[in-house]
Structures are given as structure tokens and as C-alpha cells.
Design a protein around this ligand. Structure first.
Ligand SMILES: [Zn+2]
Length: 54
């Protein structure tokens, strides 16, 4: 059985720093420049801005 190293690292980070620290770290990487909300790597657009413009 194999597990992705990045996922194991994420879990380890959460256990050491807490979920909020983990999310804050993610936000720095993927925060939307428009609304400052966290973006997901799965979309190349901001889902929050997209919803507002609908
Ligand atoms: Zn946005």
C-alpha cells in the first residue's frame, strides 16, 4: 500500500500546528487577489468571485 507523501505531510503539519495554521498556510498560497478568500488548486478561477458575479 502506498500513501501520497504530500498528504502525509499535510496530516503531520495539522497535528503539529493545528488545522487553522494549516489553512492559513494554504491561504497564502492560493488566496484570491480579489476577495482574499482561499482558492482551491482544483479550479483556475476563484469560486467565491464566480458565485458573486453569477
Ligand atoms: Zn475571489
Amino acid at each position: 500500500m502506498r500513501y501520497g507523501m504530500s498528504m502525509l505531510n499535510n496530516l503531520h503539519y495539522i497535528q503539529n500546528n493545528g488545522e487553522k495554521a494549516f489553512l492559513a498556510n494554504q491561504n497564502k498560497k492560493y488566496a484570491c487577489p480579489e476577495c482574499n478568500k482561499p482558492r482551491t488548486v482544483h479550479y483556475d478561477y476563484c469560486i467565491y468571485c464566480k458565485q458573486e458575479k453569477r
